[in-house]
Write a new protein. Structure first.
Length: 133
């Protein structure tokens, strides 16, 4: 069962789920391939997901965040503020990427990691924080 439709490039909820109410207009997506209809993932406000990027699971993208190219954001991950996730980057688990942080290239950030401020995780870097604090 579809949970959203795309209207003028923005997602619009077709049913209630998580903290999203039916009729709520969310952020921008290029197409349905960018946001899963499964689970509770969502793109809010002015956030953008484009290219072949994918948001799934219970992940949330909000603020002015930009997820693009082939990036994959899933699990309970949150990308917000002015953060950018691009390239073939993967952000998963309970990760938070925010501020003006950038995760790009083939970087993988998972577990309970936090990438914030002006931090840049790029190339083949991998961050995996296994426990929360």
């Amino acid at each position: 069962m579809k949970k959203y439709e795309i209207v003028d490039g923005r997602v619009k909820a077709l049913r209630d789920f998580s903290d999203v109410k039916k009729g709520e207009v969310g952020g921008y997506v290029k197409g349905e391939h960018n946001l899963s209809h499964e689970d509770d993932c969502w793109v809010y406000g002015d956030a953008k997901v484009s290219g072949r990027a994918k948001v799934s699971g219970c992940a949330k993208v909000y603020g002015n965040a930009d997820v693009s190219e082939y990036a994959d954001v899933y699990g309970n991950a949150e990308v917000f503020g002015n953060a950018v996730v691009c390239g073939y980057a993967v952000v998963c688990g309970d990760v938070k990427v925010f501020g003006d942080a950038v995760v790009s290239g083939d970087a993988v950030v998972c577990g309970y990691a936090v990438v914030c401020g002006y931090a840049v995780v790029t190339g083949n870097e991998q961050i995996n924080r296994k426990t929360s604090t």
